[in-house]
Design a protein around this ligand. Structure first.
Ligand code: PLP
Length: 406
């Protein structure tokens, strides 16, 4: 039996638009067509829409509105932060960038691009639960380090990094610090001053806002070379006529997130714990990936020994439950997750991992439905797998003579 409507459990990939966000965007699209750079009153009305959203986003992250630059999303914010800070530091002679092996592709591929232009890069290792350590960062930092970029929470496993502690170490060596907070904004309290960073990226579609809009917070006084050149929008830092409706939507989404955060965080954590406890109890050969003590509340990444994750994902989708095998960007590829690999999870188990991402509209009934169908689907898939039967019978697969049969 499938549920009356499909169950969405992939909120780390994206979230549905909140009703109030859609209403505001529709009203802005219809009524506020002015160009925020125009001096006449049509323009000034549009400008005040953008300014109101800027205040809401600043409040969400504990910054000042003048420090918020609207972008086209998390990917652009990450690119802008890394390229803009690196280029601004070029004259200093510092040519070294530090990050971790579990960053989003928006950071990793930007670092690769900078490396092709002569920047030296170091990717720090992470521990078994996905944490970067102070020792790891200390070993990576040099007097040449220009920028350090460490994500606040990981999109696949939810592990939250000790960004404030790591930032102190990096700044003591004179580096500029960026954090990708795309997976924490709107989920847990976020304060740029408490984190101590210079740059912070967020994206609206991860907290019930529209896709294609995000923000980069830039500490006042930090030198950053513009990534987009053209007109004087965003104080000359990000040219191009603003996407006023999307920015307005992001502002409403930020206010909603602040109002709901405390209640939602504990509700989602208890749903996540319920799912994990029941699945771990009922299904042998399962393990949780991520840090048990510091994780975003909505994320659960589980490995199912000897079950192909793609098959499980499809089986669940047929039952009306949408989950993911990791980051949306890399699903569809047969490469195991770079995040799980960096944590030391073997390739086979990394291919057997599913991510559940709960959200504002996830109910206990939906979670229970998902639990029952995960248990049933894993059992079915394992019954189809001769290898699993052999393991169950106590046969050590490393001793099997595959040529001669067994
Ligand atoms: N950074 C992280 C940690 C993400 O999870 C994502 C989206 O998956 C991004 C960056 C990219 O954000 P956007 O989709 O807005 O470009």
């Amino acid at each position: 039996m499938t549920p009356s409507s499909p169950i969405y459990m992939d909120h780390n990939a994206t979230t549905p638009l909140a009703e109030a966000v859609a209403d505001r965007m529709t009203a802005v699209l219809r009524e506020e067509f002015g160009n925020p750079s125009s001096v006449h009153h049509f323009g000034q009305r549009a400008k005040s829409v953008v300014d109101e959203a800027r205040s809401a986003v600043a409040e969400l992250i504990g910054g000042d509105p003048s420090e918020v630059i609207f972008t086209s999303g998390g990917t652009e914010s990450d690119n802008f932060a890394l390229r803009g800070a690196a280029e601004a530091l070029e004259p200093s002679g510092r040519r070294h960038l530090v990050s971790s092996g579990i960053e989003h592709e928006a950071v990793l591929n930007t670092l690769k691009a900078l490396a092709r232009r002569g920047w030296q890069t170091t990717l720090m290792p992470v521990g078994a639960t996905g944490l970067v350590t102070a020792e790891g960062l200390t070993a990576a930092l040099t007097d040449q380090t220009a920028v350090v970029s460490i994500m606040h929470a990981n999109n696949e496993i939810g592990t939250i990094q000790p960004v404030a502690e790591l930032t102190r170490l990096a700044k003591a060596r004179g580096a500029v610090v960026h954090t990708d907070a795309v997976q924490t904004a709107g989920k847990i309290p976020l304060n740029v001053k408490a984190l101590g960073v210079d740059l912070l990226s967020i994206s609206a579609h991860k907290f019930y806002g529209p896709k294609g809009v995000g923000a980069l917070w830039v500490r006042r006084g930090l030198r950053l070379l513009p990534f987009m050149t053209g007109g004087k929008q965003e104080r000359g830092r990000r040219s191009g006529t603003e996407n006023v409706a999307a920015i307005a939507g992001m502002g409403v989404a930020a206010r909603l997130a602040m109002a709901k955060m405390a209640e939602e965080a504990s509700r989602l954590a208890s749903l996540r714990d319920r799912l994990e406890q029941r699945i771990l109890q009922a299904v042998p050969g399962t393990a949780i990936n991520g840090d048990p003590d510091t994780r975003v509340p909505n994320t659960s990444n589980i490995s199912f020994d000897r079950v192909e994750a793609e098959s499980l994902l499809i089986a669940l989708d047929l039952e009306g439950v949408a989950v993911s095998t990791g980051s949306a960007c890399s699903s569809g590829s047969l490469e195991p997750s770079h995040v799980l690999r960096a944590m030391g999870v073997g390739d086979e188990l990394a291919h057997s991992s599913i991510r559940f991402g709960f959200g504002r509209f996830t109910t206990k009934e939906q979670v229970d439905y998902a639990i029952d169908h995960v248990i049933a689907a894993v059992k079915r898939l394992r019954e189809l797998s001769p290898l699993y039967e052999m393991v169950q019978e106590g046969i050590d697969l490393s001793t099997v003579n595959w040529q001669g049969g067994h």
